[in-house]
Design a protein around this ligand. Structure first.
Ligand code: NDP
Ligand code: HSE
Length: 441
């Protein structure tokens, strides 16, 4: 059997400890599949004395992650520290510069620095792999890079953040409070170190930007993702959606359209959406993720599975290690990290969305006084928005606020935006309105 693949592991939190557990539990199977042993030689984290539920006494400990990455007895560095910049990025750059293969679960770093790291890895002739960075245990990066590689990808969309999905689906099922549900997601290890990344949609935007780059061959454009999270979703929105036949889900969507001059433009969005109860994404609950990729020959491909947590994420990290073990043993082609060489990942223009059409859910909280409903519907009329249905919640208390939810018929998005603009600053509104697209198809 070939020499072991020697691994340095930086970060021993939820995912790092999960990787060690997986390597221990499945050691014989991994040896057989990789054709060699996957052997951790050194580890690093902040606190050497922390009990992580795994035996670390077998490994060298190095407080300096970057020095660890450069060790002569290390072939692959696994970065499980997190953060777009700072120590994770220093480690990644240092590892690649030292000619080591790099495996990471760090979507923030790949979304911000993926092209530069890919270019460095290609120049160094080493591997950069990040399966765990998108959708936890679902092998969707590999599926797009390899299984669906024969297709022009026309659209990618799905549920890309386990924490948000856990919060929304738990609120829907139990009526639980937002803050309590988030605390439980944190306890279970799904949430980011700063959970604002989850609930504000940033984490899903990181993942969408990575998937779009692989799917469309464009340069990663995280800044180009139009992003809105779930922080403004109220229990009442979930209840209204249910009455109307929908569930609320945080959806990432990306597609490419061709402008009048023939130039392709990329539209990337992360938004809470209403999903019809019959749609496959409506049944995705808890920390599960689901990704739909539409290929021009494959048709619609749906990938679903655990999107977060120690075990599923470790599964993706170790799959990358197996790939590297096989490639380096067999002298095989390492392959460009984003499927095409980084020099060919062209920046793509950002598409406007105003001309896109769809149905929209709108929720207003308004003062309970005569004429308010007329003001809302007049704004819709003046902006050319046709109302399909409207629900007004009964008065809770004298002079209190009233919740008005409506669904607008299919029409251009710019019309809805215009209606909301007409209502901006109205003293009838007690809070900014919320609008959510309805996912069709
Ligand atoms: P944790 O917060 O649980 O673990 C982070 C680890 O990094 C800890 O061991 C910590 O050390 C170490 N660390 C943090 N800062 C430093 C530093 N400055 N120097 C040295 N070590 C440091 O994070 P997760 O395991 O949850 O996530 C790791 C990565 O995986 C992140 O990029 C995350 O986005 C990604 N990811 C996470 C998923 C999940 O479900 N949790 C799923 C998919 C991806 P110490 O323990 O000593 O404090
Ligand atoms: N915080 C992330 C999530 C972890 O909830 O999806 C998995 O990437």
């Amino acid at each position: 059997m070939a020499e072991p693949l020697r691994i340095a592991l930086a970060g021993l939190g939820t995912v790092g400890a999960g990787v060690i557990r997986l390597l221990d539990t499945n050691a014989a199977l991994l040896r057989a599949r990789a054709g060699r042993e996957l052997q951790v030689v050194a580890v690093s984290a902040r606190d050497r004395d922390k009990d992580r539920g795994v035996d670390l006494s077998r490994f060298a400990w190095d407080d300096d992650m970057t020095a660890m990455a450069a060790r002569d007895d290390v072939d692959v560095v696994v970065e499980l520290v997190g953060g777009a910049d700072g120590p994770a990025l220093t480690l990644a750059r240092g590892a690649i510069a030292a000619g080591k293969a790099l495996v990471t679960a760090n979507k923030a770093m790949i979304a911000h620095h993926g092209p530069a790291l890919a270019e460095a890895a290609e120049t160094a002739g080493t591997a950069l792999k990040f399966e765990a960075a998108v959708a936890g245990g679902i092998p969707v990066v590999k599926a797009l890079r390899e299984g669906a590689a024969a297709n022009a990808i026309e659209r990618i969309y799905g549920i890309l953040n386990g924490t948000s999905n856990y919060i929304l689906s738990t609120m829907e099922a139990t009526g639980a409070d937002f803050a309590d549900t988030l605390a439980e997601a944190q306890r279970q290890g799904f949430a980011e170190a700063d959970p604002a990344f989850d609930i504000e949609g940033t984490d899903a935007a990181h993942k969408l930007a990575i998937l779009a780059a692989i799917g469309f061959g464009s340069r990663v454009d995280f800044a180009g993702v139009d992003c809105e999270g779930i922080a403004r979703i109220r229990a009442e929105d979930i209840a209204r959606a249910e009455t109307l036949g929908y569930v609320v889900r945080l959806i990432g969507m990306a597609d490419v359209e061709t402008g009048p001059d023939g130039t392709p433009a990329l539209l990337q969005r992360v938004k809470p959406c209403l999903v019809p109860r019959g749609h496959p994404l409506a049944h995705v609950t808890g920390a599960t993720n689901a990704v739909v990729a539409e290929g021009n020959f494959s048709g619609r491909l749906l990938f679903q599975g655990a999107g977060a947590g120690a075990g599923p994420t470790a599964s993706a990290v170790v799959a990358d290690l197996i790939d590297i073990a096989r490639q380096t043993k067999e002298g095989g082609e390492i392959g460009a990290p984003f499927s095409i060489p980084s020099a060919e990942m062209a920046p793509m223009a950002r598409a406007e969305s105003g001309h896109r059409t769809g149905r929209t859910y709108l929720r207003f909280t308004v003062a309970d006084r005569p004429g308010v409903l007329a003001e809302l519907t007049a704004a819709m009329r003046d902006a050319g928005v046709s109302i399909e249905s409207l629900i007004q919640q009964g008065r809770q208390e004298e002079g209190g606020e009233v919740l008005v939810a409506m669904v607008a018929h299919e029409g251009p998005e710019r019309n809805v935006a215009h209606a909301l603009e007409l209502l901006r600053g109205s003293d009838s509104l007690t809070a900014p309105p919320l609008s959510m697209q309805i996912l069709e198809g």
